[in-house]
Write a protein that binds this ligand. Structure first.
Ligand code: NAD
Length: 496
């Protein structure tokens, strides 16, 4: 994605270098070359990240293989204590991590402080506890005097590949269960937002995580991600990112019989019935549309409103959206920050053009924005489109920016057809006070997660993931620990 190399050595020497974390050490990439890392708030390069290659992945895998036997046989209590220590250190460094995340990603600082970093800490804390509660099954034999029990062994070396939208939040969501289950890890954060994974390496060292247990290889998807996917010693790949890359990883890894967990794109419906709790729905819909600049895989980008409520909703939603303050991520009153990269900025703007070409009209937004002093940053006005057909490209393809489409509907059957009429099936949100309808719709919607009268309310014990082109497998709670372990049945016959 980033092909630009940083040329000027003077410029380079002043810049923060983001290196690999291999076998407990921070090391430059074998190639010696680095890629620029941009601050989306001002569009300027502010750091450089290791442009690693297959050789670096090989070194990481070697370190992880060597560390595996000892880590896999560490007592559960000791493993849990280490994960808790990492969580505590994240909490202690929360302010610095939140600032780093906001600078790297363009998200408002308050969002990084309130959501991203606390959640990264919670991921380690949660799996520290979950691993001590993860019990094997036992089955008394149905026909013989025999008993079966199941062992859950770690897989070995596993690969974790994560995206840029919730950098540390999603990176740790994979690493924590992988480590908890007794695996050693080769992980790759997005090259677009590598900073907090780099800072996590320092935290893991400070926490006393043994060398080689976690290895972080920085660099591009085609170089590092692909090398992880095809490495024969890596037994499983846990990936979060786009559907296109998920398919590419599956093409490589599936014939090698690796376990695969793929969390991919979404085009989530937000279905609003006229009997909903209006104020709560409106507040939440504003968030589910534009939080993190619309760059959350769970954002509800297709908003269907029951016709009797449509005009009122349209008017209020547009007014509330126009009032959102778009601005530099570090400013406390900013509600919508910058989108993550120039390429993504251009992609989102091109979808707005496409929406117009497809016959949609813009009720608000539609343009980029240049806050004073941050004119070169990547800001886009929150945009509402009306009049698009449910089958238009803008209603079918993931835009992943501050752009939503609103549409009226008349019947449950009609809206169900629209909701399910896409290739994706990650999440859906329903707004209604009618209990029977809520249950009926929740069952009929093709999605991995359905929120009713709320959005993005997460209990980490619940299964997380999508259906159709949104995902294969589930993360969360014991689902993640099951993914990162191999069950082995032991059958013992005894004399009666
Ligand atoms: P992306 O697919 O471009 O990249 C994701 C990761 O894969 C990055 O680390 C990237 O470097 C790596 N990668 C790229 N090419 C690769 C290759 N050939 N082999 C292996 N790895 C490769 O996604 P993105 O643009 O970083 O993130 C946005 C996407 O992530 C959106 O589609 C969004 O919906 C999705 N997402 C999904 C979830 C979920 O839980 N389902 C959560 C967050 C984001």
């Amino acid at each position: 994605m980033l092909s630009l190399k940083i040329g000027n050595p003077l410029e380079r020497s002043a810049m923060k270098k983001i290196d690999n974390y291999l076998n407990g050490q921070l090391l430059p990439p074998a190639s010696g070359s680095y890629l620029p890392v941009y601050d989306p708030s001002c569009g300027q390069v502010y750091a450089e990240v290791a442009d690693s290659n297959e050789g670096d992945v090989d070194r990481a895998v070697e370190a992880a293989r060597a560390a595996f036997p000892a880590w896999a046989s560490t007592s559960l209590d000791a493993r849990a204590a280490l994960l808790l220590r990492i969580s505590e250190l994240i909490d202690r460094q929360a302010d610095g991590l939140a600032r780093a995340e906001s600078k790297d990603n363009g998200k408002p600082l308050w969002l990084a402080r309130e959501v991203d970093i606390p959640r990264a800490s919670a991921n380690f804390r949660f799996f520290a506890h979950a691993l001590t509660q993860f019990a094997a099954e036992a089955h008394q034999h149905t026909g013989f005097h025999a008993i079966n029990y199941t062992l859950r062994d770690p897989l070995g070396v596993v690969g974790c590949i994560s995206p840029w939208n919730l950098p540390l939040y999603l990176f740790s969501w994979k690493i924590a269960p992988a480590l908890a289950a007794g695996n050693t890890v080769v992980a790759k954060p997005s090259e677009v937002t590598p900073m907090t994974a780099f800072l996590l390496a320092g935290i893991c060292r400070e926490a006393g995580l043994p060398p080689g247990v976690l290895n972080i290889v920085q660099g591009t998807g085609p170089a590092v991600g692909a090398a992880i996917s095809r490495h024969p010693a890596i037994k499983a790949i846990s990936f979060t990112g786009s559907t296109r890359i998920g398919a590419e990883i599956a093409r490589t890894a599936a014939p090698m019989f690796k376990k695969l967990s793929l969390e991919m794109g979404g085009k989530n419906p937000n279905i609003i019935f006229a009997d909903c709790n209006y104020e709560k729905m409106l507040d939440t819909t504003l968030r589910s549309s534009f939080a993190n600049q619309g760059q959350i895989c769970l954002c509800g980008s297709r908003i269907f409103v029951e016709r009797p409520l449509y005009e009122q909703f349209r008017q209020d939603f547009v007014a509330r959206t126009k009032a959102l303050k778009v601005g530099p991520p570090m400013q406390e009153d900013t509600q919508v920050g910058a989108v993550v990269s120039k390429a993504h900025f251009q992609k989102v703007l091109s979808y707005i053009e496409l929406a117009k070409a497809e016959g949609g009209h813009l009720l608000c937004g539609g343009n980029s924005l240049q806050p004073a002093g941050f004119e070169k940053g990547w800001y886009i006005q929150p945009t509402i489109v009306e009049g698009l057909s449910p089958t238009s490209r803008c209603n079918q393809e993931e835009i992943f920016g501050p752009v939503v489409s609103i549409m009226p509907f008349d019947t449950e059957a009609e809206v169900l057809e629209y909701a399910n009429g896409v290739n994706y099936g990650l999440s859906a949100t329903l707004w209604t006070e009618n209990l029977s309808r809520a249950h009926r719709m929740a069952k009929a919607i093709e999605a991995g997660i359905v929120w009713i009268n709320t959005w993005l309310l997460r209990d980490l014990r619940t299964p997380f993931g999508g259906v159709k082109h949104s995902g294969v497998g589930r993360e969360g709670g014991f689902e993640a620990l099951r993914f990162f372990t191999e069950p082995k049945n032991v059958c013992i016959q005894y004399e009666n």
